[in-house]
Design a protein around this ligand. Structure first.
Ligand SMILES: [Cu+2]
Length: 462
């Protein structure tokens, strides 16, 4: 039997209903933003008995919604109030390599008490997010993520522009993050760290107040460590207008279902069509069950008797003008390892190791036989080269492959650009793009335990 409060039986028992946390207020477009990482306490619901200790940005979990303009520079001053080093990665933004936020590759780690100025001039508008890229298997699980919106110059006309950041927490009976299992190799070798409590915008039962006839934009972002979210909407008039920040030709999701792998985003336009006073649920489907994670609560007042006419189309980004050629530099990308896999050995730190020795070094995944960041890049090309990463997901698990600094065409969905693609177990497919952003860029699985366990490499554009 499904109840809203039962997610995974053992530990959801401590959860009670009623939402209290409010989204951090939308930050108006501003040219200088302060973002401070720290530790503190939050409640995921109004009647939570004891607050949960988290890592946060600006006292908020998720962090504040940052809104920055398209094509103009924004300065974001990051201050590290943690007692460990950190950094901020701007997921999906095609920005200067020095601002990409990867410690050891694009910058030195930001040490406790220190700060770093990120200067972002995003060419593309849309829905993005930011998160730690230092020990992210721990810092992301503890809360260091937030939504980043690059404002369109001509946004579509909607009644509400809503954000829906979905996260997955592993909490104990006292509603504290289960820290003993952070870094557990069992998770790293399997599907990654799965939680037992889902939140939307930091609430276990997020409520969005709407009115019949309203047209809303809903920006979905999966900020979980590893869980693929299969969302089920019970609204009939939905259209997908952007994926991973990039506008798409609008289409209706099949049966109201939208899948988001970790790191992925989808923008929806919904014409609210239920009756006044009704609650329309948003659920996450896991196996045979659906779990309520949010709801649209209809006011008594009706906004419009008839839904607005016309399909909403977002203005094209500069990326949409890019044409892929017919010829590519073909780069094989073999993904091996994990539990129930066939990997027997891999190279780590330049040394061939069997799986037992790899596990001692906390490595269990490999790309092209190399576990963890190799000294030499996967490939090095001149700016403007067309590249086809030919992925062979040769193991027993799905993986959400993410490219830094570039969007690509994933061969299963050739009609739109993405920055993160979910490869099913055993799947073979390609990620094609123009390597047009100079610098050193990561390619990795966004199930962050897989990245930490070795599923990460890099390429260079000169
Ligand atoms: Cu993975």
């Amino acid at each position: 039997m499904l109840t809203r409060r039962h997610f995974i039986k053992a530990t959801a028992a401590g959860l009670a209903g009623g939402a209290c946390l409010r989204l951090a207020p939308l930050q108006a477009q501003q040219s200088e933003i302060h973002l401070t990482a720290g530790t503190g306490l939050v409640n995921f619901s109004a009647d939570q008995k004891a607050p949960t200790e988290v890592m946060h940005y600006n006292q908020s979990v998720p962090g504040p919604i940052l809104r920055i303009p398209q094509g103009r520079e924004s300065l974001i001053r990051f201050e590290n109030g943690l007692d460990e080093s950190s950094s901020v990665h701007w997921h999906g933004l095609r920005i200067d390599n020095a601002m990409d936020g990867v410690p050891g590759m694009t910058q030195v780690p930001v040490e406790p008490g220190e700060s770093f100025e990120y200067r972002l001039t995003p060419p593309d508008a849309g829905t993005y997010w930011y998160h730690t890229h230092q020990r992210s298997w721990a810092q992301l699980a503890l809360g260091l993520a937030g939504v980043l919106i690059v404002e369109e110059k001509n946004p579509p006309v909607v009644d509400q522009d809503l954000v829906f950041a979905i996260d997955d927490w592993r909490l104990d009976d006292d509603m504290q993050i289960d820290r003993n299992s952070l870094g557990a190799m069992h998770d790293w070798a399997h599907a990654g760290r799965m939680g037992n409590v889902l939140t939307v915008n930091g609430e276990t039962e997020a409520t969005f107040r709407v009115a019949r006839g309203e047209r809303i934009r809903l920006r979905l972002v999966n900020i979980a460590n590893a869980r693929v979210m299969n969302l089920l909407f019970n609204e009939p008039q939905i259209s997908v207008v952007a994926i991973d920040g990039q506008p798409v030709e609008p289409f209706a999701p099949t049966d109201g279902r939208v899948q988001l792998a970790p790191g992925q985003r989808t923008d929806l336009i919904i014409d609210m069509s239920s009756e006044p006073g009704q609650r329309s649920l948003v659920e996450v489907v896991i196996g045979e069950y659906a779990y309520e994670v949010a709801n649209f609560s209809y006011r008594q007042e009706v906004r419009r008797e008839q839904a607005l006419d016309g399909t909403v189309r977002l203005e094209a980004n500069p990326l949409q003008n890019v044409q892929l050629p017919n010829d590519f530099l073909e780069v094989p990308l073999h993904m091996g390892g994990g539990a129930m896999g066939r990997m027997r050995s891999a190279t780590y730190n330049g040394k061939e190791m069997d799986v037992r020795e790899l596990v001692k070094n906390r490595k269990i995944w490999a790309i092209n036989g190399i576990a963890g960041l190799p000294e030499k890049p996967l490939f090095s090309v001149r700016r403007g080269t067309a590249v086809s990463l030919n992925v062979d997901n040769d193991n027993s698990w799905p993986h959400a492959m993410h490219l830094h600094g570039h969007h690509f065409i994933y061969d299963k969905t050739p009609d739109y650009w993405r920055d993160t693609a979910l490869f099913a177990r055993g799947e073979q497919g390609s990620m094609r793009f123009i390597a047009d952003n100079p610098g050193k860029w990561l390619v990795h699985c966004h199930m962050v335990e897989h990245m930490a366990g070795g599923m990460v490499t890099w390429f260079e554009v000169t």
